[in-house]
Write a protein of this length. Structure first.
Length: 115
C-alpha cells in the first residue's frame, strides 16, 4: 500500500488549497478514505471521510462548509478542497486508508495559513 499526498503549502487567511492523495497497492474503488490533520502540540484529528463510491461524506465540525472531500476512482485519487482557510487550519495533513483493523497512512503534506 502506498499513499502519496501533495498540494500543501503556504497560503494567506481566506485562501484556498486542494490536497491530493494518490493511492496504489490496493483496490481503491472499494475503500473508505479519510483525511486527518495534526497541528503542532496537538493530537491527530479526523478532518473528513468519504465512502468507496463517493456518495457519502462526513466532516469535522471545524471544517464543515469550508472543506470538501471527493474522489476519482479512475485515478485512484482522493482530494481535499480547502476554502476560506484560517490560521487554525495550519497542520500536517494526512491521507488514511481505512481498514477493518487499522489502516495505512500517507507521509503527510504541510499546510500553513499565515499572513
Amino acid at each position: 500500500v502506498q499513499l502519496v499526498e501533495s498540494g500543501g503549502g503556504l497560503v494567506q487567511p481566506g485562501g484556498s488549497l486542494r490536497l491530493s492523495c494518490v493511492a496504489s497497492g490496493f483496490t481503491f474503488s472499494s475503500s473508505v478514505m479519510t483525511w486527518y490533520r495534526q497541528a503542532p502540540g496537538k493530537e491527530r484529528e479526523l478532518v473528513a471521510g468519504i465512502n468507496s463510491a463517493g456518495g457519502i461524506t462526513n466532516y469535522a465540525d471545524s471544517v464543515k462548509g469550508r472543506f470538501t472531500i471527493s474522489r476519482d476512482n479512475r485515478k485512484n485519487t482522493v482530494y481535499l478542497q480547502m476554502n476560506n482557510l484560517k490560521p487554525e487550519d495550519t497542520a500536517v495533513y494526512y491521507c488514511k486508508l481505512i481498514l477493518p483493523r487499522g489502516g495505512y497512512w500517507g507521509q503527510g503534506t504541510q499546510v500553513t495559513v499565515s499572513s
